[in-house]
Every structure is written in structure tokens, then in C-alpha cells.
Design a protein around this ligand. Sequence first.
Ligand code: ATP
Ligand code: MG
Ligand code: MG
Ligand code: MG
Length: 353
Amino acid sequence: MKKRIGLLYGGKSAEHEVSLMTARAVTGALNFNNYEVYPIYITTDGEWRKGKRLSGPVEHVEELQFGTEQLAIPNNISDFLPTKAESEEQALDVIFPLLHGPNGEDGTVQGLLEVLNLPYVGNGVLASSAGMDKVVMKQLFSVAGLKQVPYIHFIRSNWRKSQEKLLDQIEEQLSFPVFVKPANLGSSVGISKAVDRESLIQAIELAFKYDRKIVIEQGVKAREIEMAVLGNDSPRCSVPGEIKPLKDFYDYQAKYQDGNTALIIPAEIPDEVEDAMKDMALKAFKVLDCSGLVRADFFVTDDNEVLINEINTMPGFTPFSMYPLLWQHTGLSYPDLIEELVRLAIERHDEKQ
Ligand code: ATP
Ligand code: MG
Ligand code: MG
Ligand code: MG
């Protein structure tokens, strides 16, 4: 019997559009792999919709923004996410939560799926939420002894109370340029580079539009190299890939709009640097108790020092995104990667019982 895959996409986050692009590609691959796809679309307002069944690859992102039936969560949740307890026939076998950013990549939806006892692709509640919050993630990295850039973090209400003090502290502990980031986001949304006090204040105000907690990081001049991790209890790493943004840094536009950022796979780095990176990627995976998949992002300095920037628990997933490309170059095609993720989801679910 064909497996039924519930594809959850869209979502109430600034990365809504990114999820739509990804859903389109994954739908194509799931159909290719002969799964039955049940699309479930979450609007930017957080409304859940289901509609026509997608039968083939979708050409336009707009076609994914359908929705005939609407649901107020959590009233009739089983209408949307039928489980085996409700009906053997209609039950979904696996959910693919293709959601990026808060309310999707951060453990909230994973918690809902846990409560419903539905197997789902990717990371569980703890790894998702710890991986979404850059401050918690950095604190766990430091527990694992992973090298990273110096940083400072604070919440909005403290900024409103003691702006001057915080600015002095930043200038004392870090040096320009610094990167200012909302703690809980991705796709570079709300991130800017500050070169002096004036641009720092602007960058902080912008980041606070997206989150109540922000991080200020020491800017480094370094190569950006990423590695993909796949697995549950015995994860493995892909070849490394380098990102060469043709502009100042790898911002939202460079990621999804310009399309001319160079991805060099495999990255040309010495073997010992690659080994160090693998070791760090696996340590990061373990310290956050990850499962399924993770993309680990690194900085490599001129003298080949490796610093971990972050991990992403639901990385960009179009066929042109780094994560699937890294696996393709490691010998796993896009449809095979999806097949493996579905298998890992079921394995993880069974393992828990
Ligand atoms: P995603 O989840 O899409 O990978 P993100 O929103 O979590 O992105 P980061 O990866 O932390 O954001 O940063 C985005 C980009 O900004 C990096 O790829 C890099 O180009 C630049 N950048 C971030 N932090 C630094 C830093 N400390 N020094 C130099 N460049 C940085
Ligand atoms: Mg990220
Ligand atoms: Mg991300
Ligand atoms: Mg990143």
C-alpha cells in the first residue's frame, strides 16, 4: 500500500515563502517516490487549510496557497491530521513538517505531532526549540566545547531601559563590524551587519521587530562552509560545501532571490579541516539531541580555524538548496534523500515506543 505523507507547509513565520518554495519541490519528489501526498497549508495568520490533493509537481507557488476547508486548531485536529487511533484507512503514515522558523521549526508543531503520536520527519521538540533559539544553541555548543565567535545577547525590555549601557558593553567586548540577529529566526531575516554605533542602533531596532531577544556577534572575515548531517542514533556527515555570496554577506536576497550565490561542492579545504568540521557537526547534533537532519554552518578563518556558526534543524530543502545538494554530491539523490528521511521518521517513532 502507498504510504500517506502529510505535507505541512507555509506557516506563521517570516520564512513562509521559503517553505512554499520547498513544499513545491518536495511534493514533486514524493510523487516520484510513489507516496500519497496530503497537503496541509498553514497561512501566515496561522490558519490551517486543506484542499485539493496535489497529484503532480506544482508549477507555481501560488497553487500551493489553496485552501477550501479551514480549521481552528485544536478543535478538529483529527480532520487534518488523521491518526491510526481515528481510522486505519485514512491515517497518515508520516508527517513532513516543511516549516521554517518560529511556529514550525521550533518544536511547537513537533509537540502537536508528538501528542497525536504521529511519526514526523526531522528533529523532535527539544532539538527543534533549542536549535531555533540562537542563544540557547550557543550555550549548548559551549557545553560541548565547540569554538564559536564571541557574542552578547539581551532582551527588548532591557534595551529600552539601558540602551547606553548595552551599547558601551558591546563596544567594549566586541569590535566592529558586528552581526545583529533576532534570536529566533532563519534565512537571514532581520539580520544586519553594523559598522559603527549608528548602524548598530539601527540593526538592533530592526532585529527587535522580529524577536524580543537578540544576539550581537563578533563579525569574522572567514569562508562559510556547511555540512549536512543525516541519521538518528548513528548520524553521518556529507561532504562540505562552500558558500560564496557575491555581496557583503549571505542575506535573504542572496539566498532566495538573486540566485547567483556560488555554492562550491565539495568545498576545497584541507582534510584535517574537514575532519575537524565533521567532528564538530556530530558534536552539535548530539548536544542538541537531534534526529533526522541538520545542516551545520561554519566559519573557517584564514589560518584554518573552524568556528561553528549555527545548526538548522529544518534547512532549506529545494533541489537547489545546500542540504540536498550536499547529499547529492555524497551519493544520495533528492528522491532517495526524502525516502531516507521518511524511513528515519518511522525508525525514530518506533524507537520511542
Ligand atoms: P539560515 O538559517 O538561513 O542559515 P540564519 O538566519 O540563521 O540563516 P546566520 O546563518 O546566523 O542566519 O547568518 C546569516 C549570514 O550572515 C551568514 O551566512 C553569514 O553570511 C553572515 N554572518 C552571520 N554571522 C556572522 C558573523 N559573526 N561574522 C561574519 N558573517 C556572519
Ligand atoms: Mg539558521
Ligand atoms: Mg534556518
Ligand atoms: Mg545560517
